[in-house]
Design a protein around this ligand. Structure first.
Ligand code: APR
Length: 234
């Protein structure tokens, strides 16, 4: 495949899923060894489970924080970070909650499903909480259980975040999807939006996804191998 010249595009959008972090050692959700094979999300990652047993849900998310802190960004993350440094129109729209893009140096990151590194009090809003363990499990102001600032299954999506993501996708002329199975909406519909706006669409995924047919190029390689080969070095 010919290398892509980033200078030939005005707005480059990287759309990433769990497969982007797989080579960092962070398990995907649905592939072999996926998180949802080991844990039933209905017991660990939804509002009903949190209401039933906040401690159990917080323990699960502390396990995930510990595991992610033991991992680091891989070469593919750093390539995307360098792209944002060198090119004025780069946006990352990620479904991932692991913060790996930010740890690699990206700033323009839209986190569709929230973050392992933020918590929410129903009355006092969202705050950053970066450690392995939560600083506190109850809000110091009102004693409510703090909740991970993550969009769980059956949660209402954050309208503003989704609108920001859609607007960035509508403006991109290069859309690069990396490591997503394309099964969770509305993110699953994002490649279609890019295509309808005539963006050049590339899929990087060792396996086909439901929407593989609509991409201009399908690169059946892992992210850490595909990204170093993707761009022309200016
Ligand atoms: N490089 C690129 N892609 C990879 C790699 C890799 N090294 N390893 C696996 N993949 C691909 C798999 O082939 C699969 O298509 O990554 C994809 C991971 O799919 P999922 O586990 O379903 O993850 P994702 O698409 O991000 O899930 C979306 O579902 O559970 C919810 O909120 C959660 O954000 C998540 C959403």
């Amino acid at each position: 495949m010919d290398k892509i010249d980033p200078a030939g595009f005005q707005n480059i959008l990287f759309f990433t899923g769990a497969g982007m972090s797989a080579e960092s050692g962070i398990p995907t959700y649905r592939g072999s060894g996926g998180v949802w094979h080991e844990y039933n999300w209905e017991e660990y990652a939804c509002q009903a489970a949190f209401n039933r047993s906040p401690e159990k849900v917080l323990n699960f998310h502390e396990l995930r924080r510990t595991s992610v802190l033991g991992c680091k960004p891989h070469q593919g993350h750093f390539i995307i970070a360098k792209m944002e440094e060198q090119h004025p129109g780069v946006t990352i729209v990620t479904q991932n909650i692991d913060g790996m893009h930010q740890r690699a140096g990206n700033h323009n990151v839209i986190e569709l499903h929230g973050s392992l590194w933020r918590v929410r009090c129903p009355a006092h809003g969202i705050s950053e909480d970066m450690g392995e363990k939560y600083t506190t499990r109850k809000c110091p102001e009102c004693d409510s259980w703090i909740r991970p600032d993550i969009t769980w299954f059956s949660d209402m999506l954050n309208e503003e975040v989704i609108n920001n993501a859609v607007s960035a996708i509508e403006q991109c002329d290069l859309f690069i999807s990396i490591g997503t199975s394309g099964v969770v909406w509305p993110a699953a519909g994002f490649p279609q939006i890019a295509k309808e706006k005539n963006a050049f669409c590339i899929e990087i995924n060792p396996e086909a996804s439901d929407f593989s047919g609509m991409y201009d190029i399908n690169i059946r390689e892992p992210a850490g191998k595909a990204l170093p080969m993707l761009f022309k070095q200016n």
